[in-house]
Design a protein around this ligand. Structure first.
Ligand code: NAI
Length: 707
């Protein structure tokens, strides 16, 4: 046995405790320890059975994810014969029980399913979330789960990766008893009952009563595949997981395991899995800020206010209410306030309809939101998030007002998507308390929260903001202050190329189609129509003075706006929309494109999908490299996390910078250089991209070198 696993006793019952903080992951030593403990239970005549339990806050929460990278990089050979360990547990002649609290995910559930029985506390969760890392269960999870839960449930759990609570797990047959009260005592009592009953310990792998028949299974797999192709478009792991569960219904347990192993290996060595693991660690990495130690003092956030109840203000207020923080929503117009509150209510009602929470819960969240037209009550809030129209003069005026009203120590945050935080901060007497909290639309749904650090923003304000992001269930990423910050500054280049491609000959649906195929949630032009083309139009007007004469600029979006085509909200933009908001290519737009191209002297020609992808992606990557070099983003991975969580970038491609690494920076740089020759200064290669390409390095290397 190892230090990680101990065997103690309660009379004739062995108690095997896994103690590998913080989450009892299956790191090297843990499976070996469990195997040794089971062996001892088997051979010790004074023991009649055993319970496996996790020390601390959880059962075995899953595999040690760092191990996967070590295996694929060749740093470590595949570990011990884990499948063999599970067989040995199952073959133990004495009954053994897994006692689950916290989470039994992935390898944790696979261990539990090899035990003869499983008991759980009501708050426990079980699941096979491997697909979220581009993997499938690799230790017979796809073979044992359908034998316990039935094919329908197992295929869903393995393909979507979502956990189920103890109650459902009990109904499915994964858990044999729910233990109210002390888990260990409950598990021991359960085991004693089983020993007294003389029941032969059941082996999951020998069960086949839930494996269904061909007719019903065929449907289950068709439905699962259709679902996976829709919700996990482009991802191979969910389909592999479905194939593996299907193998359980077609072949013996041993053959099923062999098939699962082959599929697991394919997934493990895939680019997709490496990208998803990069994103998994990246989401943790972004919370580390080199000059702000973890023990930095933080302010307490007990009460908040939001200015503006428009598209963003309403969603931001919901985030506070969802976290249980009372929030004042201030507007200037009664009508806008009523509209904003009605939208909030409608959003909550939709959640109630979908069964996400009860009507009672909805009312208690609504009760936390106080609408107002005056500044009354703002004098004692701990944070204000401003989400009024995007315009510097208005923002300055609003911040000057807040400066007069808010108490010392209150955080003054702006949700601006492009404006200079330092300039906004200068409108106050306390620039050190001003910061950007850039939420993404819809703010109650999107996980990204770009935190914009002004020149004066103090460390406590940043630390508090990053902790607040977590409380609001967001991924906070700290960025520097520049036009558009990280996300929108890059998006600007991406959108620019999308429009140039259309001017040069691609149809809007060809540009959007190619990027959708790449895995983007939506193409850039369709996104423009959804967000409202007038938003960018207003921003461009605001920044007109910054335009450089002689540099090519997109011509189409402004013209569409001048025609009143703002996108979905006006029924027409890049596309026209039917009553179901389905985009339909519009001959009028095509005529306009031809006309504008002719006016500008652009010769139109056929454009390949490859060019669409290279031009748009390399524009993102080249700008990302500049941002990185300027220190606006702390790490390349920060940029990836921004794009995956705020811009619908496919997580299985790892984000734009990781995607660049997978293509090879040499190739990316070479193309950027060519575009620079063809298209001029907008494509000036980022010096960092050039440097890394010449050194044969990646952005991931850059992050490592700069740790
Ligand atoms: P919106 O036009 O939907 O809402 C703005 C609201 O602010 C209006 O209801 C208006 O009545 C109100 N307002 C104006 N002056 C005010 C004042 N002095 N006090 C209180 N309320 C006032 O605009 P939206 O889209 O919500 O944008 C708000 C901010 O969020 C802007 O800075 C925008 O750049 C930013 N943003 C917008 C995103 C989007 O996708 N719409 C995404 C991220 C940031």
């Amino acid at each position: 046995m190892s230090e990680l696993v101990s065997l103690t006793r309660d009379g004739e019952i062995g108690i095997i405790t896994v103690n590998n903080p913080p989450v009892n992951a299956l790191s090297p030593g843990v499976p070996e320890g469990i195997a040794a403990a089971i062996k001892q239970v088997k051979t010790d005549d004074s023991l009649k059975g055993a319970v496996l339990i996790g020390a601390g806050k959880t059962f075995i929460a899953g595999a040690d994810i760092r191990e996967f990278g070590k295996i694929t990089s060749g740093e470590r050979k595949a570990g011990i014969d884990f499948l063999g360990v599970l067989l040995a547990i199952e073959d133990c002649p004495k009954p053994v029980v897994a006692a689950i609290h916290g989470t039994a995910f992935g390898g944790g559930l696979e261990v539990a399913m090899a035990f003869h029985y499983r008991v759980a506390v009501p708050s426990a969760q079980v699941g096979q979330p491997e697909v979220k890392l581009g993997l499938i269960p690799g230790a017979a999870g796809t073979q044992r789960l359908p034998r316990l839960a039935g094919v329908d449930k197992a295929v869903r759990m393995c393909a979507d990766g979502n956990p189920v609570g103890a109650k459902e797990a009990f109904e499915y047959g994964i858990v044999d008893r729910i233990i109210e009260g002390d888990l260990l005592q409950g598990a021991i009592a359960f085991l004693r009952e089983k020993i007294a009953s003389g029941e032969k310990p059941p082996k999951t792998r020998e069960r086949d009563d839930k494996l269904g028949d061909d007719a019903s299974n065929v449907m289950a797999f068709i439905v699962a595949r259709e679902q996976a192709m829709k919700t996990a478009r482009g991802m191979m792991a969910p389909l592999a997981a479905i194939d593996a569960v299907e193998a359980a219904t077609l072949y013996s347990f041993e053959e099923g395991c062999a098939r699962e192993a082959r599929l697991f290996k394919e997934c493990l060595f895939s680019e997709q899995s490496k990208a998803l693991i990069h994103v998994f660690f990246g989401e943790r990495e972004v919370s580390k800020i080199p000059d702000i130690p973890r023990d930095t003092k933080m302010f307490e956030i007990k009460k908040a206010a939001v200015l503006g109840a428009g598209t963003m203000g309403g969603g931001i207020a919901m985030n506070y209410a969802n976290a249980g923080i009372p929030v004042i929503v201030k507007e200037t117009q009664q009508e806008a306030l009523d509209r904003g509150m009605a939208t909030i209510r409608k959003n909550y009602e939709n959640s109630v309809k979908k069964g996400r929470f009860s009507r009672e819960e909805m009312e208690s969240r609504m009760a936390l939101i106080s609408p107002t037209l005056s500044y009354d009550g703002l004098e004692d809030v701990d944070i204000v998030t401003e989400a009024v129209f995007e315009g510097m003069e208005l923002k300055k005026q609003v911040f000057a007002e807040l400066d007069k009203i808010c108490k010392p120590g209150a955080i003054l945050a702006s949700n601006t998507s492009t404006l200079n935080i330092d300039e906004i901060a200068r409108a106050t007497s306390r620039p050190e308390f001003v910061i950007g909290h850039h939420f993404f639309s819809p703010a109650n749904v999107m996980r990204l929260l770009e935190m914009v650090r002004g020149r004066a923003t103090n460390k406590e304000v940043i630390a508090t903001s990053m902790a607040l992001a977590k409380r609001l269930k967001k991924v906070g990423v700290l960025v520097g202050n520049c036009y558009g910050f990280v996300g929108n500054r890059m998006l600007h280049q991406y959108g620019r190329e999308a429009q140039f491609l259309v001017e040069e000959g691609a149809k809007p649906q060809e540009v959007d189609g190619a990027l959708y195929k790449l895995g983007m949630a939506m193409g850039p032009l369709a996104v423009g129509d959804l967000a409202g083309l007038d938003v960018g139009w207003r921003i461009r007007k605001e920044h007109k003075h910054l335009e450089k004469p002689g540099v090519r600029k997109p011509l189409l979006a402004d013209r569409l706006c001048e025609m009143g085509r703002f996108g979905q909200k006006t029924g027409a933009g890049w596309y026209k929309y039917d009553e179901n908001r389905k985009p339909i290519p519009d001959p009028e737009v095509e005529k306009l494109i031809e006309q504008i191209a002719a006016e500008a002297g652009i010769k139109r020609h056929a454009i390949s999908e490859e060019e669409i992808i290279e031009r748009t992606q390399y524009a993102l990557i080249n700008e990302g490299a500049k941002i990185l070099e300027e220190g606006i983003a702390l790490r390349a991975v920060d940029i990836d996390i921004i794009y995956v969580n705020g811009y619908g970038y496919p997580a299985w491609r790892g984000g734009p910078m990781w995607y660049a690494d997978t293509i090879g920076l040499k190739k990316v740089y070479e193309r950027v250089r060519q575009f620079n020759e063809e298209q001029g200064e907008l494509w000036t290669p980022a010096p960092l991209l050039k440097k890394l390409a010449e050194e044969g390095k990646t952005f991931a290397d850059y992050d490592k070198d700069n740790q």
